[in-house]
Design a binder for this molecule. Structure first.
Ligand code: AMP
Length: 513
């Protein structure tokens, strides 16, 4: 193998095996355990060999539903190393949800938490998965038993065009779509971001995000690993603990909720930020009021950026230069964007239209859905993001709304159609519409407007809905409130007018769950 081809995949470009880094810290866990790059690289190589021993080959999917641990990060890296396709799953997914993902992704292996082994093993077998292994947050489990010495052979056939990851999103039809990202998609995006946001080996990133999503796994970890920096590795975000750790960090990446929670601490101020150089926000809109209050309290202007699973990061406010509240800044180097009306005609500057993106960051395909992939790209290779945006006279892009009515609660996406389908299957329900209503803490909360079929009284119906949803939906997707109506407002074409529902119930934000 030539040294050129060694550099030709994301694993190599992240540089975790570099001998000069072996003694440098890559992460520190909440209980103070420090992992060096050497430790991470050795673990990734051992796991790579273990996967090979288990029969994993180039292009095989590895589905993973485990808690956040350094070993889980090493597992992701081991998949990159051997050209397996990493398929992370939200830890909150229910069995019913997992069934769909396992059937659709058809992985060779499933790695899960030991406490879920029994039901998931049965499910995996029924879905034709070869083996189920376990990994807990302490790094124990059957995956870690009898780990072989590191994989020594070079990852010969893993090229930039090789698929690296499969992450599921979901469209208006409610059926989650598998998004296939290549080594090239991920590597090119990471390289741009490292430069754009000024990452260096001196950086210490406060990492509190989950690692089953693009934000925590790709954006955060790739920026750190590629630049030889390190991270303070937290299993979740807790405001007091995050504030204390800012004293030792230089960069924080978070969803807007993290920033509102820090601001909710009366003692949070400029001194709390130690020698932080950069606060980055994304995955959901950052309110201008949060941006302003954060600056007033700390002197820091939060850098807001925009991206999605299909594209990684596409647009960012600048590191040096004006960061404008309510905007996501400029297209990343190498990324082209266009704003069009529904007929594909570019809208005049300042007007709102559909946002389209093109660049090496844009995903390869929807897994097993060639027609959907084709439909979401223009003839000249632009991807239709489904978001609405406008560009101001200084060329800053503002994300205006989501054309697909996606709800984002605490930075996590909830697709109304999926919840509606679940509700409509419940006894006593005629039909439903699920909308997002403003929520001070989570940005939005999930609210279900339900039309009863008259077979249950309203109390019994609400009890039924709550218990059914508890069984089949992850907590963050469950409606916080149910509103019973005689009928849904529809337009002349028969489409439910969700904007009217949102307007009508905008003040009904009391959390009743
Ligand atoms: P995901 O695929 O989970 O990363 O979600 C992508 C969606 O999150 C985008 O299509 C946007 O609707 C939304 N999003 C991400 N970042 C921002 C942002 N800074 N402002 C507004 N919406 C955002």
């Amino acid at each position: 193998m030539t040294s050129n081809s060694i550099e030709n995949n994301l694993y190599a470009r992240l540089g975790i095996d570099k001998p000069e880094r072996a003694q440098l810290a890559v992460l520190e866990t909440e209980n103070g355990k420090v992992w060096t790059y050497g430790d991470l690289s050795a673990m990734a190589q051992s796991l790579a060999q273990k996967l090979l021993d288990l029969g994993v080959r180039l292009g095989d999917r590895i589905s993973v539903q485990v808690g956040k641990s350094p070993e889980a990060l090493a597992l992701y890296l081991s998949c990159l190393r051997i050209g397996a396709v990493y398929h992370p799953l939200n830890t909150a997914y229910s069995l019913a949800e997992l069934k769909y993902f396992l059937e659709n992704a058809a992985p060779r292996l499933l790695i899960c938490s030991p406490e879920n082994e029994e039901p998931l093993n049965a499910l995996a077998q029924a879905c034709g998965v070869e083996a189920t292994l376990t990994l807990d947050i302490e790094g124990n489990g059957s995956l870690m038993k009898d780990l072989p010495p590191g994989q020594t052979c070079d990852p010969l056939s893993v090229e930039l065009s090789t698929s690296a990851a499969l992450l599921y999103s979901s469209g208006t039809t409610g059926r989650p779509k598998g998004i296939v990202l290549t080594h090239q998609n991920l590597a090119s995006n990471a390289e741009v971001l490292v430069k754009l946001w000024g990452f260096s080996a001196d950086d210490v990133l406060l990492h509190c995000l989950p690692i089953y999503h693009v934000h925590g796994l790709f954006v955060a970890c790739h920026c750190v690993l590629m630049s030889g920096a390190s991270m303070l590795w937290n299993s979740a975000f807790e405001a007091n603990s995050a504030m204390a750790q800012l004293q030792r960090a230089s960069v924080m990446m978070g969803v807007p909720t993290y920033y509102t929670r820090l601001l909710a601490l009366p003692e949070f101020n400029a001194d709390s930020c130690g020698s932080m150089r950069l606060f980055i926000s994304g995955s959901a809109p950052l309110l201008s009021s949060t941006f302003a209050e954060f600056e007033e309290r700390t002197g820091h202007r939060i850098l807001e950026r925009y991206g999605m699973t299909e594209t990684g990061m596409s647009i960012s406010n600048p590191l040096s230069g004006e960061r404008k509240a309510g905007t996501v800044g400029f297209p990343l180097p190498g990324v082209e964007l266009r704003i069009e009306d529904d007929n594909g005609v570019t809208v005049p500057a300042g007007e709102v239209g559909n946002l389209l993106v093109k660049g090496p960051n844009v995903f390869k395909e929807y897994w097993g859905m060639p027609e959907k992939t084709a439909a979401d790209f223009t003839q000249d290779g632009f991807f239709k993001t489904g978001d609405l945006a406008s560009i101001d006279p200084e060329c800053y892009v503002a994300i205006v709304g989501r054309s697909k009515d996606l709800i984002i609660t605490g930075g996590l996406n909830v697709y109304p159609k999926e919840i509606e389908l679940a509700i409509d299957r419940c006894e006593g329900v005629l039909e439903s519409a699920v909308i997002g209503l403003p929520d001070d803490d989570f940005g939005e909360q999930v609210v279900a407007v339900v039309v009863p079929d008259g077979t249950l009284d309203s109390e019994a119906l609400e009890r039924r809905l709550r218990s059914d949803m508890q069984e089949i939906l992850a907590g963050f997707k469950r409606p916080k409130k149910y509103i019973l109506l005689d009928g849904l407002p529809r337009n002349a074409m028969g489409k439910v007018q969700k904007a009217l529902l949102r307007e009508r119930f905008a003040s009904e934000t009391v959390i009743t769950e």
